[in-house]
Design a protein around this ligand. Structure first.
Ligand SMILES: *Cc1c(COP(=O)(O)O)cnc(C)c1O
Length: 391
């Protein structure tokens, strides 16, 4: 029997219009980085998000790095960062030779715990290590509790970088995710809700700062006919061809969000009543873009671990993943300071131990999703029967 086709976690989903922008770039020979597509993509995204300005760069990671540079993060400085996230949120802290301090999640949004943040700021400030910046991540398309987090950061006068790589188009109290901090960051990596195959965007209401970001991102070239440089530069700008892909993708972003929310709804209807399965919550007054449908399982109740389910799906050629491994547990960040949600509860570790991400692409067909659902039901049922037999 032919193996069923592979179902990916979050594959690219082209609209068909991308080629038009790419052709235009070729016809006008705007192959170089920068050009009219880059300018237009920046303008269109800023408008979509409701911010004054946006700078297109080569990746979300580059955008985070530039934000840290703009906030003058240097060797030996402290930067706070959500622990439950992809490594790219914190790698740029190391690029600058600064020290990350990791902050736990809270259970309502899975994002940064205001309680842990407050304890961390008080404790680190007392130790003479007031953070230069706080990187708040909006995980899997869900905004963090921005009001509570911003109140703390503003009180201590610490600027916020919002890592909205996964939450483009999501909203918090009617405003787009990624527009709450001093800087916001989006990613157009291949697995994100829209993609340029690789790329990112730095957004802010501080147009001067973004002008400086563009300067740093193009090798920090001083205004002189000869090539003169007084500062370290990066080569981080987006290519005009890829920006064309981004423009076409941005046009369908709201459709992509709707499609992913539909995927989530179907999973929830089919699996939400199983004892031992709980879906990632949605904060009140927010719009979750459901970039990935994620759930946690009660291993005792189900007689299964997340890895059991992930392996069973892999056997059926279906890609599922555990929830991000918290950064304070990563070998790369061994020894980094970590502040848990409460003195007895580490929410990011709980989520890592119990969480699963299901295939969530906006181009996932209903038949494919049915295959995923049947497979999850199958493995739960098999285990239940085994337990019944043994009992
Ligand atoms: C994808 C991602 C990034 C990095 O974006 P790239 O464009 O791949 O560099 C940063 N943070 C989070 C939370 C991400 O998911």
């Amino acid at each position: 029997m032919a193996e069923p086709s592979k179902i990916f976690l979050s594959p690219p989903h082209m609209s068909g219009e991308e080629q038009k922008y790419i052709n235009e770039a070729f016809q006008t020979n705007w192959i170089a980085p920068l050009g009219p597509n880059v300018d237009a993509f920046e303008k269109e995204l800023a408008e979509y998000a409701g911010v004054r300005d946006a700078a297109a760069v080569s990746s979300g990671t580059a955008a985070i790095h530039l934000a840290l540079r703009l906030l003058d993060v240097q060797q030996g400085d402290t930067v706070f960062c959500s622990s439950l996230t992809f490594v790219a949120s914190a790698n740029p802290i190391l690029y600058q030779g600064a020290e990350p301090v990791f902050i736990d999640s809270e259970p309502d949004s899975w994002n940064m715990s205001p309680d842990a943040l407050e304890r961390a700021i008080v404790r680190e400030t007392t130790a003479g290590k007031r953070p230069k910046a706080v990187i708040i991540v909006n995980l899997y398309g869900q905004s963090a509790k921005m009001n509570e987090l911003l109140a703390i950061c503003n009180h201590y006068n610490v600027p916020v970088i919002e890592d909205a790589a996964e939450s483009l188009g999501a909203e918090y109290q009617g405003r787009k995710s990624g527009t709450f901090g001093k800087f916001g960051v989006y990613s157009f990596n291949g697995n994100k809700i829209i993609t340029t195959s690789g790329g990112g965007m730095l957004v802010s209401n501080d147009e001067e700062a973004l002008q400086r970001a563009r300067f740093l991102a193009t090798q920090a070239r001083d205004p002189a006919a000869h090539y003169q440089h007084s500062q370290i530069g990066n080569n981080y700008r987006m290519s005009n061809i890829l920006a064309g892909v981004g423009r076409a993708q941005l046009k369908v972003l709201d459709e992509r969000i709707k499609a992913r929310q539909e995927v989530f709804k179907r999973y929830k209807e089919a699996l939400g009543n199983i004892d031992g399965i709980t879906f990632m919550p949605e904060l009140q007054n927010t719009l979750h873009n459901r970039w990935l449908t994620t759930l946690t399982i009660d291993s005792e109740m189900l007689g299964l671990t997340p890895i059991d389910i992930i392996n069973a799906l892999a056997d059926k050629n279906i890609e599922a993943r555990p929830v991000w491994k918290p950064l304070h547990l990563q070998p790369l960040f061994k020894g980094a300071v970590y502040f848990s949600h409460t003195s007895t509860r580490s929410v990011s570790e709980e989520l890592f131990n119990t969480g699963i991400c299901l295939p969530s692409g906006s181009n996932l067909t209903e038949e494919q999703q049915e295959r995923v659902i049947e497979s999850v039901l199958g493995v739960c049922q098999t285990r239940k029967n085994l337990i019944l037999q043994k009992g």
